[in-house]
Design a protein around this ligand. Structure first.
Ligand code: ADP
Ligand code: MG
Length: 210
């Protein structure tokens, strides 16, 4: 999926978070968002996902203004972990089947197996380790065949084995021309995947580099 961002400016109240951010991604390109905590990485991601409202003419997916899209069918999102409520009683199986529009099929089983989710498939999410929870959120994002996958700090709190599994998933998706945007402090992780970096700073200024 092609992503185009034109002059995106965003402030929560007074404080300007994103100042005139523009960039383009072609299908299969990989963008890494970097910048210290509080510089607006999650805010930028939420603008792309319509969790936060942006003016018409700002964000386009395949040349369609996202404000004109009712439901994102081919967009996968893995939220930043701290923002997810663990209080809510729900099992892995419930999260995954509710995300899936069709009945369980071969693809569903393939995603579950490739991420190694079976051993904790019936568990409540409160009982999962950080890496296990991460895998569930990744599986959830993959189930609807995303053409754009957005992951907010996916490498935080997961072990090396899970990190490698995540890396391999992203590598395969990139080969399949899925556009990927991740935010991370771990630039080593995304070094070989990344086509561009977008760095945000405290005053909303950004720069893009390769
Ligand atoms: N819902 C909100 N209301 C007001 N300010 C917010 C809200 N969410 C985030 N902020 C502020 O916006 C800034 C950017 O936050 P965020 O996008 O989460 O940064 P990052 O993901 O880079 O750590 C921070 O100063 C944060 O405190
Ligand atoms: Mg964040």
């Amino acid at each position: 999926m092609q992503v185009r961002v034109n002059n995106l400016t965003f402030a929560y109240t007074q404080k300007l978070i994103l100042n005139d951010v523009s960039f383009n991604l072609e299908s299969g390109e990989f963008l890494t968002l970097v910048g210290k905590n509080g510089t607006g990485k999650s805010t930028l991601i939420k603008c792309l996902l319509k969790i936060l409202k942006v003016p018409d003419g700002t964000v386009f997916f395949d040349n369609v203004d996202i404000n004109a899209i009712k439901l994102f069918k081919n967009v996968g999102y893995v939220p930043q972990k701290v923002e997810f409520s663990y209080e809510f009683p729900i099992t892995v199986s419930e999260i995954l089947t509710s995300a899936y529009l069709k009945v369980k099929d071969e693809y569903f089983n393939k995603v579950i197996n490739s991420l190694g989710i079976n051993p904790f498939y019936r568990d409540n999410i409160n009982n999962l380790s950080g890496g296990q929870f991460q895998k569930v959120m990744i599986a959830r994002a993959l189930l609807n065949h995303p053409q754009l996958l957005i992951l907010d700090e996916p490498t935080v709190g997961i072990d090396n084995e899970s990190m490698l599994a995540l890396y391999e998933v992203l590598e395969k998706l990139k080969e399949k021309k899925v556009t990927i945007i991740i935010s991370t402090h771990d630039t080593d992780f995304s070094k070989d995947l990344s086509d561009y970096y977008l760095e945000l700073n405290e005053v909303g200024v950004f720069r893009i580099y390769k």
